[in-house]
Every structure is written in structure tokens, then in C-alpha cells.
Design a protein around this ligand. Structure first.
Ligand code: PLP
Length: 398
């Protein structure tokens, strides 16, 4: 079958593939210690769910304006101003079908063949493929474990060319949990202004930062608005992954172009999810520190547990809910090797130890594994036991 070049340029999300493989084993009755999915294991807060029920009962179940209902766009701008110190107006806000859709829209209206998009690596799996789909070329800039995977403006600067259209800043980062400090954000913004480039801040994990880090938006920097695009999502902050509600904050011209695209593709995000999102943006935020405190406990447990296993080294992630250990000491063809590469190790861990996680290759980081700790302490302990046993059994066999 003759498919388009643009669809042939991309692959299915590798994280979705791991989840599918783990689900297949679960369906056969296998107990999996599951560190695969990047989604909160907490329920959506009650007041948000009730707002959706109310919307259904009030028959708010029809088309809405393409960019979302006005009260939601207003509420997002007000929330972002209150929480992250920006200054957007309603015409600078559009709601989308999840943050992934927001990114897809923004790339579609800004990037095309001949353009380059700078992506710090390790990167979230979808960035390169979304960029490739537009015809633009991803350009990777390495971030380092010993630097907490922070994005350094000095490294980004070296990758800028006359073709650079946009720089992606994912902080806190999926998969590393790396947090980029405000002063490096400031330097990145200065680079963007100097070279006439967009800075796209992906804030999906903005509220999951561990001390000393704090929630921070590049949109709060003086003069940011002319070069900054903000991607936000209800998915993680409010445990609303299935509701599919994200948003974009950007200069009105970009928002208008996005609305045009959306009017010919998805139309509005689900009306019911929009009313739930209004409750999220205007209601109490007490579920957020509760989740964060729990993630902090799990982070300690999983990072310490991983470091206790010979051949694994893992730094403290500054935010999000992923541990990103280096297992390269146990890969390759040497006497201590468990597998030739991370992808093979992840497959063996799933099949032999019944632990689901994602190999670093998916994020442009061979030698690493990503473990989501959005799962209970009990399951983290069980998973660590299994990984430990797998590593030592293989050690004994070697
Ligand atoms: N950006 C990052 C860094 C993510 O990790 C994710 C989801 O995992 C998203 C964006 C998109 O989230 P959603 O489409 O659920 O809003």
C-alpha cells in the first residue's frame, strides 16, 4: 500500500509499545511490576469529576467554539498568571485535545521542510516524530546525568543555525526528571531573541518539582511573550490523562493559526472535559501537594533501591515522576553484560523478571532505562526485588 512520505517518516510511540507488551502478559494472568506508563495512579479529584457530571446533566454536550469555551480560556489564563506568573489574555489561549495535540498543532503551524527544531536529549518520545511529520529536522543537544539533565544555554547555542525555528524546553523533563534553572531559561530566551527563534516550554510536569526546585514558567521572564509558546496539560497536574485536555499560550497570531488548523481537524476538545477543566483551574489545588508528597517518597525509595543494585547508577530527578538510571555497566559483550543493549535488557526484564519499563533508546539515551514511579511503594519494592534478583542471578550465571 502506498502511504504518504510524512506517515512513513514516523514510528508508533515506543512507550505505547511497551504498555501493549505488558498488557498482553497481564491478560495472560502474569503479575507485572509496571514502571511503564507515564500517568498518575491517583484518581481525578472529586470536584473535577462532579463538574463533568453536572455538565452532562445540564446538556453541555454539544459542539463548543473550536478553541474551547470562553470561561475555560479565561480560567487557564488566570490560573497560569496566579501559579506561574505569566500575563496571557484569552485571545492568546487555545484549548486542545491534550498537550500532545497542542505540540502537534504548534509544530504544524510553525515548522516545515528546511527548518530545524532543537530538542534537548534525552527527550520525550513524541518530539522527534512530531517534528519529522512536519518535514522539519530534529537537532539534538545532549544534556548530562552529572548535570541533573538540565538544559544549558551554552550547549544549545552551539546547535543554532540559520535554519533553527524553535527550541523545545521540557522542564521538568520526561524521561529524566531534569529541571532547567531559571537563569538558564533566561539565557535560552536571550538566544531566542537574538536569533529570532521560538522557545516552546512544555509545562506538563510544572507542578511536580522537588525542593529546592519550584514550579517555573519561561513565560514569567520579562519580555518573554514575543518568543515563547507554552504547552500545558491537565493530564498530570490534575490526574486527568484520559480526559484529553491541554492548552497552548502564545502570541495571538499563532493561536489564530492553531484554531484554523483545529477547525479542520479535531474541532473543540470534548465539551464535558472542558467543564471539568474549568473546575480544575478555578477549584482547590490541594490534591497537587498530596500527590507531590507521595511522589517524593516514592522517588527516594526507587532511586535508593536502584543504586543498591550493582551496575546501576541513578541520580535524583529534580521533578516529574521518572527515575532514569544508567545501566550501561551491564550492557554490551563483557563478562558482566546482561544484554547487548538497553532495548534487549528491557525485553528480558519484561519476559523473565516481569518488570515493565522503557529502554533509553526510545528517548535517545542508550544505556539508560526509564522507570515511572507513578505506582505504589509496595509495587516499587516488588519491582526493585525483581530487578535486583534478575541482575544478581545473571551475575551468578556469568
Ligand atoms: N509533554 C510531555 C513531556 C509528556 O510527558 C506528555 C505525556 O506523557 C505530554 C507532553 C502530553 O500529555 P497529554 O497529551 O496527556 O496532555
Amino acid at each position: 500500500m502506498q502511504l504518504t512520505d510524512r506517515i512513513n517518516r514516523i514510528q508508533i510511540s515506543p512507550t505505547a509499545a511497551v504498555i501493549a507488551a505488558a498488557d498482553q502478559l497481564k491478560a495472560k494472568g502474569v503479575d507485572i511490576a509496571d514502571f511503564g506508563p507515564g500517568e498518575p495512579d491517583f484518581p481525578t479529584p472529586d470536584h473535577i469529576k462532579q463538574a463533568a457530571v453536572k455538565a452532562i446533566n445540564e446538556n453541555k454536550t454539544k459542539y463548543t467554539p473550536t478553541p474551547g469555551v470562553m470561561p475555560l480560556r479565561d480560567a487557564i489564563c488566570a490560573w497560569h498568571k496566579r501559579e506561574l506568573h505569566s500575563s496571557y489574555e484569552t485571545k492568546e489561549c487555545v484549548t486542545n485535545v491534550g498537550g500532545k495535540h497542542s505540540i502537534f498543532n504548534v509544530m504544524s503551524v510553525l515548522a516545515q521542510t528546511g527548518d530545524e527544531v532543537i530538542i534537548p536529549a534525552p527527550y520525550w518520545v513524541s518530539y522527534p516524530d512530531i517534528v519529522k511529520y512536519t518535514g522539519a529536522t530534529p537537532v539534538y543537544v545532549e544534556t548530562l546525568a552529572e548535570d541533573g539533565f538540565a538544559v544549558r544555554a551554552s550547549a544549545v547555542e552551539k546547535a543554532i543555525t540559520s535554519k533553527t525555528k524553535l527550541i523545545i524546553l521540557d522542564s521538568p523533563s520526561n524521561p529524566t526528571g531534569g529541571v532547567t534553572a531559571p537563569d538558564d531559561c533566561e539565557k535560552l530566551l536571550a538566544l531566542c531573541k537574538k536569533h529570532n527563534i521560538w522557545l516552546m516550554g512544555d509545562e506538563c510536569y510544572s507542578h511536580f518539582t522537588y525542593a529546592p526546585h519550584k514550579p517555573f514558567s519561561v513565560a514569567s521572564l520579562p519580555g518573554a511573550k514575543s518568543n515563547v509558546i507554552i504547552i500545558g496539560s491537565m493530564s498530570k497536574t490534575f490526574a486527568m490523562t484520559g480526559w484529553r485536555l491541554g492548552y497552548t499560550l502564545a502570541p495571538a497570531e499563532i493561536i489564530t493559526a492553531t484554531i484554523k488548523l483545529q477547525s479542520q481537524s479535531t474541532s473543540n476538545p470534548t465539551s464535558i472535559a472542558q467543564y471539568a477543566a474549568i473546575a480544575a483551574m478555578t477549584g482547590p489545588m490541594d490534591s497537587v501537594p498530596v500527590m507531590l508528597a507521595e511522589y517524593a517518597k516514592r522517588r527516594r525509595r526507587i532511586v535508593d533501591g536502584l543504586n543498591a543494585i550493582p551496575g546501576i547508577t541513578c541520580g535524583d530527578p529534580g521533578g516529574a515522576f521518572y527515575a532514569f538510571p544508567n545501566v550501561s555497566a551491564r550492557l554490551g559483550s563483557g563478562p558482566d553484560a546482561l544484554a547487548k543493549d538497553g532495548a534487549e535488557l528491557a525485553t528480558l526484564l519484561l519476559e523473565k523478571a516481569h518488570v515493565a519499563l522503557v529502554a533509553g533508546e526510545a528517548f535517545g539515551a542508550p544505556g539508560y532505562l526509564r522507570l515511572s514511579y507513578a505506582t505504589s511503594i509496595e509495587r516499587i519494592d516488588e519491582g526493585l526485588r525483581r530487578i535486583g534478583r534478575f541482575f544478581s542471578r545473571a551475575e551468578a550465571a556469568a
